[in-house]
Design a protein around this ligand. Structure first.
Ligand code: B12
Ligand code: SF4
Ligand code: SF4
Length: 356
């Protein structure tokens, strides 16, 4: 099949940015992953260890028949998201009762990627539909769409497929208008497709993300120490945050976009910014909510990953970081210090203590 036809079919599903690489292993990426795990930089993400580096860097470990990898990049920071996400405003809609609440200040920030439906599901659907089309046109395409949830080194594959380069902030930076504000996904094929050439661009002498990261989590170019990364702390870190961790998150309550906001490659991207959520209405909304009711309320968004307890813990920490405590805030914190979850209780008690 002509490469051009592949691009046409992908565009039909709203996927304008695609690349093709062979299904050979990625030994350098494997070494980097193993090194990261061994050095403890993956924090408590135990699922990043074990056999994952080997599996993630060898597409044929997933499908022995694979000869090629079709990688897609789906823009998520602005209006382009609607091309592939059926509900690009899903989070704003789910949080409507909170966003309408007053006062609007103080606010916490939610990273751009979480704004629409959970990208795992939305992008997987699109990739699945693309794979169906390919098979209809006689091109063998695997049944599995890879979007994060199975081991596959998507950034390294995207770079080898010529979709961009790995920036010093460790994200895949594309030459497209969306810059690094893209999700990555892949499908495998047993056909020998003509591979795209990797790009020659690099970050050059720029170091804006290294100096811009609020917590110094980019410990060397292309090397993130998740133990210090706000994205990890707010989304993946289980249980009670250490006091320095709670302070480090600042006003981010889910994810962090700073190392991409400062990146000049993103200067022309269509970008509606992070979602600002008023903290007092958010805390008041979360406190009486059960875990399941929270799941139902934000169901189709990425927030389910953190769940009610982490989001509440983060919102309380952010409140302590950014605001003078009004009587309303103090009353909410008193309620939160009796919450059924330890991470919420501890965080609330700590903020109250720091102000007494
Ligand atoms: C674990 C994980 C995290 C962890 C650890 C992050 C990290 N840097 O590893 C945490 C929770 C911190 C995280 C945060 C974020 N993540 Co994340 N995450 C992942 C996940 C599931 C695995 C990444 C991984 O394997 N890390 C281990 C490291 C060592 O590997 P790596 O960074 O991928 O690096 C590989 C290659 O880049 C290559 N490589 C690295 N450096 C160099 C240098 C050179 C010179 C070369 C040639 C190669 C090379 O080797 C490595 C091993 O394969 C991927 C999905 C996936 N399946 O890949 C998403 C993924 C990387 N995350 C993504 C996103 C969007 C984010 C956030 C922006 C979300 C947010 N706003 O909060 C932040 C960004 C933080 C940052 N600066 O990286 C996107 C990135 C899209 C893009 N444009 O690159 C991905 C690809 C998910 C997706 N399907 O779209 N994430
Ligand atoms: S996501 Fe935030 S904390 Fe993590 S490396 Fe980027 S700027 Fe630093
Ligand atoms: S801020 Fe500069 S160094 Fe960092 S990823 Fe962007 S271009 Fe590269």
């Amino acid at each position: 099949m002509m490469r051009e036809r592949l691009g046409e079919l992908a565009a039909r599903h709203g996927l304008e940015l695609i690349g093709v690489t062979d299904a050979g292993p990625l030994p350098d990426a494997r070494a980097r992953m193993e090194e990261s795990v061994a050095a403890g930089r993956m924090a408590r993400m135990d699922w990043m260890g074990g056999d994952r580096p080997r599996l993630a860097t060898d597409p044929r470990a997933q499908d022995p028949a694979a000869r090629s990898v079709i990688v897609v990049a789906a823009p998520y920071a602005g209006a382009d998201r609607a091309a592939w996400d059926p509900q690009p405003d899903a989070l704003r809609e789910a949080l409507a009762p909170v966003l309408a609440g007053s006062p609007a200040e103080p606010a916490g920030r939610i990273a751009r990627y979480a704004l629409g439906t959970d990208y795992h599901a939305a992008l997987r659907d699109r990739l699945g539909a693309l794979a169906d089309d390919l098979r209809r046109e006689g091109l063998p395409a695997g049944e599995v769409a890879y979007v994060d949830d199975r081991p596959l080194a998507e950034r390294a594959l995207a770079a080898r497929a010529g979709m961009g380069w790995i920036g010093k902030n460790s994200n895949l930076l594309t030459h497209a208008r969306a810059g690094s504000w893209v999700f990555l996904g892949a499908i495998l094929s047993s056909a020998d497709l003509p591979a795209d050439e990797p790009v020659r661009t690099t970050c050059g002498s720029c170091t804006r993300c290294l100096s811009g990261c609020p917590t110094g989590a980019i410990v060397a170019p292309q090397t993130i120490d998740a133990r210090r990364c706000i994205s990890y702390l707010t989304i993946e870190h289980p249980g009670v945050l250490d006091p320095w961790e709670a302070e480090a998150i600042g006003d981010w309550i889910f994810g962090c976009d700073v190392c991409q906001e400062v990146c000049p490659v993103n200067a022309d991207a269509d970008d509606s910014g992070p979602l600002l959520v008023p903290l007092l209405p958010l805390i008041a909304w979360l406190l009486p909510l059960g875990g399941r009711a929270f799941g139902r309320a934000v169901g189709s968004s990425a927030l389910t990953r953190a769940g009610r307890h982490r989001l509440l813990r983060n919102a309380i920490a952010a409140l302590g970081n950014v605001a003078e405590l009004t009587p309303e805030a103090l009353a909410l914190l008193e309620r939160a210090s009796g919450d059924r979850r330890t991470e919420v209780r501890v965080q609330a008690a700590r903020v109250l203590r720091s102000r007494s």
